[in-house]
Design a protein. Structure first.
Length: 113
């Protein structure tokens, strides 16, 4: 989801992230020495813009409401790359835009102690 892509005055969200802690990569010779970890993630978000807010606010053209379909995205990624890097392949399942790929790559740095 892009920043400021959707607008709502009421919303509900769920976020599930699973760190597989070497369950898959520990069985592959050579890869297990890198200590890479598989991460899966699912996000769902539903929101609505109702009442006076939708009439009193000037909404830019690039912002839209959720409608009746929740926003859903799933990702699979690798963490513990050089101990601080994580890279995810993200798949956007709903609210697709024609001509734009539903797949994306998200990277992050994280220092965990």
């Amino acid at each position: 989801m892009n920043f400021l892509e959707f607008i709502s005055d009421r919303y509900a969200s769920a976020f599930i992230e699973n760190h597989w802690e070497g369950l898959f990569f520990n069985w592959i010779p050579g890869i297990n020495k890198l200590k890479l970890r598989l991460v899966t993630q699912q996000r769902i978000l539903f929101g609505a813009l109702k009442g006076p807010h939708s009439q009193n606010v000037i909404i830019p053209n690039y912002v839209r409401d959720f409608g009746k379909t929740p926003y859903v995205e799933c990702s699979v990624g690798l963490e513990n790359i050089f101990k601080v890097v994580r890279i995810d392949l993200v798949w956007r399942a709903t609210h697709l835009t024609p001509g734009i790929s539903p797949l994306g790559i998200r990277g992050r740095f994280s220092f965990n102690f």
